[in-house]
Ligand binder design. Structure first.
Ligand code: C2E
Ligand code: MG
Ligand code: MG
Ligand code: MG
Length: 286
């Protein structure tokens, strides 16, 4: 009996839980201020096609910076933004800003696509589809140059209307990708039912691909499946030439990772596309 109580008591007063909640609340309060102070921005990471030998677009990634320093990483503040609902206005802002930027680059240089991460709460918000259409009209970005990155979880937990929503978005011309593919708990049958265009292989598989047989087999299988289903496949987190070489041989020509460029400011990305356009994308610029 005493033991039980002790255990319950411990659970109730679990200090690490309290610390976590306090940390979350601290981030939430700071995040509200950050929004008002425009401390959120987007960085852009090149997506390359090694067969074409060029940058084909960028993934937009949120940054929270004050005086040029990161305050919190997305892995710290996005879950908090999701919990307190702030992800909806933040996500809308990110979508609009990324589209505006891609339209500018496309006008100044050449067609460049932009990928925007959309979290489950934002995607399931009743306003999402309309706000997406509004952003496309107002920024003038050609819809085929926009890609929305969803997670397996977003697609799976979206309920009955999700297939319909995905189809509506697709009929605008917008591309849909599954982010961190292979790490969620999506059954493969979802790929049959949902109109996903692109599989982004999670970097956990890419990390070990050059020396671990299992990772190599998984990556090879995803690439083959993607091909067979007429989907594009992109490898995330490519850091070494060994990995890039393996992927190229496996038939995966679209890559993203530190080997080709870390997420960078819009200005630095613009310099990349204007200066080394059509150059060797494996030349590390950072
Ligand atoms: P993600 O969408 O899977 O983005 C890829 C993450 O991997 C980014 O981390 C990127 O900086 C990192 N990365 C890229 N290449 C490499 C590499 O070669 N090696 C290693 N070690 N890492 C690499 P980041 O920017 O910290 O973002 C983390 C996550 O936060 C993202 O994962 C995404 O889930 C979320 N996120 C970022 N921006 C947004 C946003 O605007 N909206 C939403 N809902 N989520 C976002
Ligand atoms: Mg992503
Ligand atoms: Mg990812
Ligand atoms: Mg991720």
């Amino acid at each position: 009996e005493a033991k039980m109580q002790g255990r319950n008591g411990y659970r109730f007063f679990n200090p690490s839980m309290n610390e976590r909640n306090t940390a979350r609340m601290r981030i939430e309060v700071a995040l509200r201020k950050a929004l008002a102070r425009n401390e959120l921005s987007l960085h852009y990471q090149p997506k390359v096609d090694v067969e074409l030998g060029t940058i084909v677009g960028a993934e937009a990634l949120l940054r929270w910076q004050a005086d040029g320093e990161d305050v919190y990483s997305p892995e710290e503040f996005i879950p908090v933004a999701e919990d307190c609902g702030l992800i909806v206005p933040i996500g809308e802002w990110a979508l609009r800003e990324a589209c505006r930027q891609a339209e500018t680059w496309t006008r100044l240089y050449r067609p460049l696509s932009v990928s925007v991460n959309v979290s489950a709460l934002q995607f399931q918000h009743t306003r999402f589809y309309e706000s997406l259409r509004t952003v496309l009209v107002e920024t003038g970005l050609h819809p085929t140059l926009l890609e929305l990155e969803l997670t397996e979880r977003t697609v799976m937990e979206g309920g009955d209307h999700i297939a319909e929503l995905l189809r509506k978005i697709k009929s605008l011309g917008v591309a849909l990708s599954l982010d961190d593919f292979g790490t969620g708990y999506c059954s493969l049958s979802y790929l049959k039912h949902f109109p996903i265009d692109i599989l982004k292989i999670d970097r956990a598989f890419i990390r070990d691909v050059a020396w671990d047989n299992d990772s190599a087999a998984i990556v090879g299988a995803i690439v083959a499946m993607g091909r067979g289903m007429n989907k594009q496949v992109l490898a995330e987190g490519v850091e070494s030439m060994e990995q890039a070489t393996f992927l190229g041989a496996a038939g995966c020509s679209q890559m993203q990772g530190f080997l080709f460029g870390k997420p960078m400011t819009a200005r630095d990305f613009e310099e990349r596309i204007s200066v080394v356009d059509m150059g060797d994308p494996t030349v590390i610029q950072d």
